[in-house]
Write a protein that binds this ligand. Structure first.
Ligand code: PHB
Ligand code: FE
Length: 326
C-alpha cells in the first residue's frame, strides 16, 4: 500500500460550503464528499457517512474512548481535551508512518465540529434519522437544519417518570410511534404504592418510550444509579461510528436483531461477529472497537458505567478489560 500526501485531490469547493481549519487539519466538502487534509495525508468520506458520524461525536461530547468515523479518521476523548487523528488506529497507516494526531481542548474542537455540522447540513436532511426517514445530504449548499443538528440528548436525573426527574417523558409528547414499532403495546403499567412511598416508586412503559424515538443510534440516559447508566436507544441501518471503548459496555438487545462487527481497537483486525437477537446480552470488552448493523428498527439497551476512574484502572491492570474472565 502506498500512501502519498504530495497531491491533494481536486476539490474545487464550488458547492457553496465553508472550509474549516483547526491545527494541522483542514475540512472541505463538495457535493458528495468530505475531504480531510493533514500534514502527511488526505482522506475522503462520503458526506452522508461523515455527517452521521460528526453528528454523534458532537451530540455525545466525544463519547467514551475513541470515535472512529471510519477506518482512518476520528477522535479520542481524554475528557477535557481531545485527540483528533488520521490513521492512528490503522495498521497500514502506522506502518507507512503517515498517521497523524493532534490534541485540542474539548471546547475548541467542539466549536469547530458544531460550525461544520451546521454549515454542511442542508435543509431537509437529518443526520440523526434513519436514511429512509430523511432527505438527501448530497448536492450544493441548500439551507440548513439547525433544529435537527442541535437536538439535545434526553438525560434523566432519576429514573424517568419518578417525580423530580426534570425530563419526564412518558406521555407521547407529540412523538408518533415509529413505523418499525407499530406492534408495540402502548399501555402504561399500573402502580399501587404503599402510603408514604408515593414519590419514590414509579414505573413506565420503556418499550412505548423507545417506540416513539425519532432518532437512531443516540442512546439517552433514562436511569442513573450512582455511575451506572441505562441508555436505551432505537437503531436502524448502521451505527454511524466505529466505537473504540475505554471500558466494558453491556448491550441488552430488547427487540429484533443487531449484528456487530468487533475488531481489535488499535489495528482494526477482525475479532468477532456477534449476532444479538431479542433477549441476548453481550458484554463488549474494553480493548475492541465495534460497529452495529440493524436491518430493521430495533431497541437496544446500552448499559454504561460513567466512572472516570475506569480507563486508568484498566491501564494500571487493576481491573480486567473483560467483564468475565473464563
Ligand atoms: C456504542 O458504541 O456502544 C453504541 C453507540 C450508540 C448506540 C449503540 C451503541 O446507539
Ligand atoms: Fe460502544
Amino acid at each position: 500500500m502506498t500512501l502519498t500526501s504530495d497531491t491533494a485531490p481536486a476539490n474545487p469547493n464550488d458547492a457553496g460550503y465553508g472550509t474549516f481549519t483547526i491545527g494541522g487539519f483542514t475540512f472541505s466538502r463538495d457535493e458528495y464528499f468530505a475531504t480531510i487534509t493533514w500534514p502527511t495525508g488526505t482522506h475522503q468520506l462520503a458526506i452522508d457517512v461523515f455527517l452521521r458520524a460528526l453528528q454523534r461525536d458532537v451530540a455525545w461530547g466525544f463519547f467514551y474512548g475513541i470515535v472512529n468515523f471510519d477506518s482512518v479518521f476520528g477522535t479520542v476523548n481524554h475528557y477535557g481535551n481531545v485527540d483528533m487523528f488520521a490513521g492512528r488506529f490503522n495498521d497500514a497507516y502506522r506502518r507507512a508512518e503517515v498517521d497523524y494526531s493532534e490534541n485540542f481542548t474539548h471546547d475548541d474542537l467542539m466549536a469547530c465540529f458544531q460550525s461544520m455540522l451546521k454549515d454542511w447540513t442542508n435543509d431537509g436532511y437529518d443526520p440523526f434519522a434513519a436514511p429512509q426517514e430523511t432527505g438527501q445530504p448530497f448536492g450544493k449548499n441548500n439551507g440548513s437544519n439547525d433544529a435537527a443538528v442541535t437536538r439535545r440528548r434526553v438525560v434523566a436525573d432519576r429514573m424517568v417518570s419518578v417525580p423530580g426527574d426534570e425530563q419526564v417523558r412518558t406521555d407521547d409528547m407529540g412523538f408518533p410511534v415509529n413505523r418499525g414499532f407499530a406492534d408495540v403495546p402502548q399501555d402504561e403499567p399500573i402502580v399501587e404504592v404503599e402510603p408514604g412511598y408515593e414519590g419514590d416508586v414509579a414505573a413506565y412503559n420503556l418499550f412505548k418510550y423507545i417506540s416513539r424515538s425519532d432518532v437512531t443510534w443516540n442512546p439517552s440516559v433514562v436511569s442513573a444509579c450512582k455511575e451506572s447508566l441505562y441508555c436505551p436507544t432505537s437503531e436502524e441501518f448502521i451505527l454511524p461510528v466505529i466505537h473504540g471503548n475505554d471500558r466494558v459496555e453491556w448491550f441488552v438487545q430488547l427487540s429484533d436483531e443487531i449484528q456487530w462487527d468487533v475488531e481489535d481497537r488499535d489495528t482494526g483486525a477482525k475479532r468477532a461477529r456477534v449476532i444479538c437477537k431479542a433477549g441476548d446480552v453481550a458484554a463488549m470488552p474494553a480493548d475492541i472497537r465495534h460497529q452495529g448493523y440493524s436491518p430493521k428498527r430495533s431497541m437496544l439497551l446500552v448499559w454504561e458505567n460513567a466512572s472516570n476512574r475506569i480507563p486508568e484502572m484498566i491501564a494500571r491492570g487493576e481491573i480486567s478489560p473483560r467483564a468475565v474472565d473464563f
